[in-house]
Design a binder for this molecule. Structure first.
Ligand SMILES: *[C@@H]1O[C@H](CO)[C@@H](O)[C@H](O)[C@H]1NC(C)=O
Length: 199
């Protein structure tokens, strides 16, 4: 009896560790895990219409805010190659005050990059990458931002699995571009049929 339960536990532990965390912010000057509000664990988020989707569940405070120039490359490293199928996107959120104090609430987010789901050609394939890099738009206003990466896993029926991390940055040398912003949560309507494909 005892043997069986130990075996069961080992199986559960393995399933849990099989997910992944976007744990490192990559900029041209530094790679930082301290700038990332580290998620507690690699478990996916299903409530994409709740505050959990903003910067993950009870993520730890980041001890660093990395300075980056508008126009520079920026991105995230993830602790293993993405094997779930589904798109990845990077958003910037303009902090209303001190970035460390902002939980990401409000209509202050805009998308700067996306990696769409790929087809092989008859079904989705996974992105199979552990690094996602883009460029900070040159025209955005200088100031403090959260940079947020998400993957929307489409592999389950009737629900989504989100993997999300936020990091703190300070953008210098920006412009006066007008930003069109959304709220996170709120950017994906509940039960949006386009998000309910199952792969
Ligand atoms: C950051 O990590 C990337 C690979 O993920 C590496 O190519 C680059 O040299 C690193 N940069 C610094 C400043 O350590």
């Amino acid at each position: 009896m005892k043997l069986f339960s130990i075996f069961g536990l080992a199986l559960i532990a393995q399933t849990v560790s099989a997910h992944y965390i976007f744990n490192t912010l990559i900029t041209e000057s530094t790679n930082s895990t301290n700038a990332v509000r580290q998620p507690q664990d690699s478990m996916p988020i299903h409530a994409y219409y709740s505050g959990e989707i903003t910067c993950n569940v009870n993520s730890s405070p980041a001890s660093e805010t990395v300075e980056v120039k508008a126009g520079d490359r920026i991105g995230f490293h993830v602790d293993q190659k993405l094997y779930h199928k589904g798109p990845v996107a990077i958003y910037l959120g303009q902090a209303p005050g001190k970035v460390a104090d902002w939980d990401g609430a409000g209509q202050r987010w805009f998308k700067i990059a996306e990696w769409g789901p790929t087809f092989n050609p008859f079904s989705f394939t996974s992105l199979n990458k552990d690094e996602f890099m883009t460029t900070i738009p040159k025209s955005i206003p200088s100031g403090k931002y959260l940079v947020r990466i998400e993957q929307a896993g489409l592999h389950l029926t009737g629900t989504l699995e989100f993997f999300v991390s936020c990091a703190q940055i300070k953008v210098t040398g920006g412009g006066n571009g007008k930003l069109s912003m959304v709220s996170i949560p709120g950017y994906i309507p509940k039960n949006d049929p386009s998000m309910m494909v199952s792969t």
